[in-house]
Structure formats: C-alpha cells, structure tokens
Design a binder for this molecule. Structure first.
Ligand code: NAP
Length: 304
C-alpha cells in the first residue's frame, strides 16, 4: 500500500453537536430548578452599539437562553453611552433579583474603560468570569465560574476523551479572555487537568519548535493560517479558537475561518475543531451553564 493511502485524516470535534447534547442536559436542570425551588435562571446581555459581530454573538446567546427557558433580557445601548451611564446600568442589574447573570458584550467603544465596566459587575453575577475575583479564584484553583471559551475548550477535550494528565499543551495567545485562563485551568493539580502548559505569543522565539512538541495545541491568535501543517505534531489534538471574518457571501452572511490552516492540518492531526461549528457553540453553552450556577448561588442552593 502506498504511504499516502495509509494517511489518516483527523477526527473532527463537532462543537455544535456537543453543545446540543449539553443543552439537553441543562434543560433538565432548568426544569428541576423551576419545579423544586421556583427559580428561573435570569440573564441580561448588554450590547453597546451595533457592531455586526457583537450583534450576532448576542443574538446567539439570547437564542440559547430562550431555548433553555431562562428569563432573558436584551439591553441595547447606544454607541455613545458614557462609562458612568454603563456602570450605573450594571449596578441596576446587580440589584435586580430576577437577574442572576450579567454579560456585557465586548469589545466596548473607545470612550469606555472595559476594565472599569467588568469590575462593576458583582462577582456572583459575573457569568463571563472576567472580574478579578473570579480570575483570582481560577488562579488559586478555587474557581466557581470559568470564563466561557476556556470552559468550552476544556469540556471539548474531556468529552472527546483526551487525556490531560501529563499532556504537553501549547497555548498560542495570552489574552485574559482565552490564553491565560485556559492555561490556568489546564495547569491545576487537579483531575482532568495536571498538564504541562507552554504559553506562546508574539515575543516567542521559534514558535514552530514549541507547537511541534504539543500533544494538544490551543490556538487563539486572531489571525488566519497562524498554524500550518509543518507546525503540528502527527496525531495531535488541535483546538482552533480563532474567528476571522474573511469576506461576505452574496446573501450578506460573514464568511469565517479560524487561526489554523484547517485543510492541511487536518491531514496530520488526530483530532481537530472546525471554524465555524467548533469552539463557538461551546462558548455560548458554557455561558448558559454559568447562568444556572449563578441562579443556584443566588438562591443559596449551592455552597461555594
Ligand atoms: P487577542 O486579545 O488579540 O490575543 C491574541 C494573542 O495571540 C496575543 O497574545 C498575541 O500575542 C498572540 N498572537 C497573535 N498573533 C501571533 C503570532 N503570529 N504568533 C504568536 N502569537 C500571536 O485575542 P483573543 O481575545 O484571545 O482572541 C483570539 C481569537 O479567538 C480571535 O480570533 C477571537 O475572535 C477568537 N475568539 C473566539 C471565541 C469563540 O467563542 N470561538 C471566543 C473568544 C475569542 P501578544 O500578546 O504578544 O500580542
């Protein structure tokens, strides 16, 4: 048999299907919360301005929330809202007993300091887990909420049967949203973690030398084709977090691609996530999971 015929194409991790399965699990949980405790999880998504990507992300989150039977509020604010006005809106939702989770869609317009807005969210309602209290808890291995994208990546790995204990993980990207928290999650001395994690960024020398060592490569760079086939190890697990808009269909729909050169890398990897249909749907479902956790905290049904 010729060498090419022996070549295996990677198994694709279908994030849409996986998120659908989790949604069914969560529906049961929401039903039981309502029936046993009279609690309906409440989520507010705050959208500032009308950036098309943000509009579409928020729409997806609202669809998931409604589908699960949450009490959900979509709060649209104009792009020229002041930081003070936005902070006072958040304080209103901090006090609202029907709202358990507050999500402010990022990025925010230039006149607003994002950190000040994130710090205004009550840590118990911070379902994006970006508040320093939640980031700090994650760092010391005491997390209650995990940031949604890293949480989704972790679930994808676990549910795909990937062994994390002792694995060589390389994370490409060091953002507070993805790179740093996924590294923190996987490095913990805990079950379903305990990996050896290397973080890479634009200051990394010889990037490919690091990525080629990875049993699991997590790519969150925000640039198409940052990872090509020559940069990955045969049989490795590739998680592509990137969402890059590279054009529009004649129907006006955005054409998306990830950070990994999917077509060539899938011929070498063992497992790979596609874009779209990979990490994205899992991110949204983890937000829903965090809202349910928040509802339980709020009702004193869960110890922390
Ligand atoms: P970010 O804040 O822009 O961070 C990008 C990181 O990648 C930075 O640390 C940067 O290094 C590093 N980087 C960029 N190009 C590189 C290169 N050529 N070599 C080495 N390192 C490089 O982005 P982010 O918020 O983490 O998001 C990353 C991507 O994931 C974006 O496409 C975003 O849209 C997507 N995303 C998707 C989801 C989802 O649910 N699917 C959720 C969140 C984000 P420096 O620090 O040195 O600049």
């Amino acid at each position: 048999m010729k060498k090419e015929e022996l070549k295996m194409t990677a198994k694709i991790i279908n994030g849409t299907e996986m998120a659908g399965a989790i949604s069914e699990e969560l529906k049961e949980e929401v039903k039981s919360l309502k029936e046993r405790h009279g609690i309906i999880p409440g989520l507010v998504t705050i959208l500032v301005g009308d950036d098309p990507a943000s509009v579409s992300y928020v729409k997806g989150k609202q669809t998931n929330a409604k589908d699960l039977g949450f009490y959900s509020v979509q709060d649209n604010q104009p792009a020229d809202i002041s930081e003070e006005q936005l902070v006072s809106l958040i304080n209103k939702y901090n006090r609202d007993p029907l709202i358990h989770g507050i999500l402010v869609q990022l990025p925010l317009p230039e006149q607003i300091n994002e950190n000040r807005v994130i710090y205004a969210i009550a840590p118990d309602k911070d379902v994006d887990a970006l508040h320093p209290v939640n980031a700090g808890r994650l760092m010391i291995g005491e997390a209650y909420y995990y940031p949604c994208t890293p949480y989704g990546i972790h679930q994808m790995l676990i549910r795909s049967g990937v062994n994390l204990d002792g694995a060589e993980v390389v994370v490409l990207g060091r953002s507070n949203l993805v790179g740093k928290p996924i590294s923190m999650m996987l490095i913990q001395k805990q079950s379903k973690a305990n990996a050896t994690v290397t973080m890479c960024h634009t200051g990394t020398k010889n990037l490919a030398e690091h990525t080629r060592r990875a049993d699991i490569l997590i790519v969150a760079a925000g640039r198409p084709k940052t990872v090509t086939a020559d940069m990955v190890k045969e049989g490795s697990v590739i998680i592509d977090v990137g969402v890059n808009r590279i054009g529009m269909t004649p129907q006006g729909k955005a054409i998306l691609c990830g950070d990994v050169d999917f077509e060539t890398v899938k011929e070498k990897a063992g497992l790979i996530t596609p874009v779209p249909g990979g990490v994205g749907p899992m991110t949204r479902m983890m937000l829903m999971l965090n809202v349910i956790k928040a509802a339980k905290v709020n009702a004193g049904k869960n110890s922390r």
